[in-house]
Design a protein around this ligand. Structure first.
Ligand SMILES: [Mg+2]
Length: 252
């Protein structure tokens, strides 16, 4: 994270999905099992993270992250990477059609469970990370592409009290990577872009979007899937919080 002025950051913006909260593994495994796919939560976690670069490339071409088709695309790539599914032969049309069918069904069933239920798993160390950053005087705001439910969702999982503000694309009217959602957050929080970083899990949306507003973009990359994308990376929100607080302590 050499290009990130950690000790000088006054504010940290945070994506929600896969940065603060993850998909409920029990719900995902249950829906997969209903379609004949046996998978452990850790396998789902690995496969989903590995599918993010392809999702980022799709979003870079202008597709909205809030379209159901976008979610189907992502879930299909994650399912295809599961050990129980494995690699088929190139051009295996029957397997491809079956994967399409299952991905479509699973993605729609997950969406139909509701955003709050689906994204209900608080990622490890997140409450402590937010609490310690907040106590150290770092301004914290969620900047999320969502459906208008993210503020209530943050409250439901106990994270809202650690945040100075929540910016939901449906409410603000602009979706990441549009710089205007970040500019709205900068104005409300009252911080300068060069003293603000945004942490998220999709390069095209989170890193490039933040940069468009002059904010430092940092990628959550738990499994080193993004080594080819030149930007500051961290394994988790908890790891970035520790690095930021350590840098501040070293400065003193
Ligand atoms: Mg995300």
């Amino acid at each position: 994270m050499h290009s990130l002025p950690l000790a000088d950051l006054d504010a940290l913006f945070l994506d929600a999905g896969n940065t603060l909260v993850g998909m409920d593994p029990a719900l995902v495994c249950d829906r997969l099992a209903a379609h004949g796919i046996a998978a452990e939560p850790a396998e789902v976690e690995r496969a989903e993270a590995g599918a993010r670069p392809a999702l980022s490339r799709l979003l870079a071409r202008g597709r909205s992250s809030e379209d159901r088709d976008t979610f189907v695309f992502h879930i299909r790539n994650a399912i295809a990477a599961l050990p129980a599914v494995g690699a088929g032969g190139v051009g295996d049309a029957a397997r491809e059609a079956e994967l399409d069918r299952i991905a479509h069904a699973v993605a729609h069933e997950l969406k139909d469970a509701g955003t709050r239920r689906l994204w209900s798993r608080v990622l490890p160390g997140v409450p402590q990370a937010l609490a310690s950053l907040h106590a150290a005087g770092v301004k914290l705001a969620v900047v999320s592409n969502s459906d208008g439910t993210i503020e209530a969702g943050m409250a439901a999982v106990g994270l809202r009290d650690h945040l100075d503000a929540v910016f939901d694309s449906r409410v603000v009217g602009f979706e990441k990577p549009d710089a205007r959602i970040f500019i709205a957050a900068l104005e409300k929080i009252g911080t300068r872009p060069e003293r603000t970083a945004h942490l998220g899990d999709l390069h095209a949306v989170d890193v490039l979007g933040a940069r468009g507003a002059g904010v430092h973009g940092v990628l959550v990359d738990p499994f080193d899937d993004w080594r080819d994308d030149p930007c500051p990376r961290t394994r988790s929100t908890a790891e970035l919080a520790r690095a930021l607080l350590d840098a501040r302590a070293a400065r003193r």
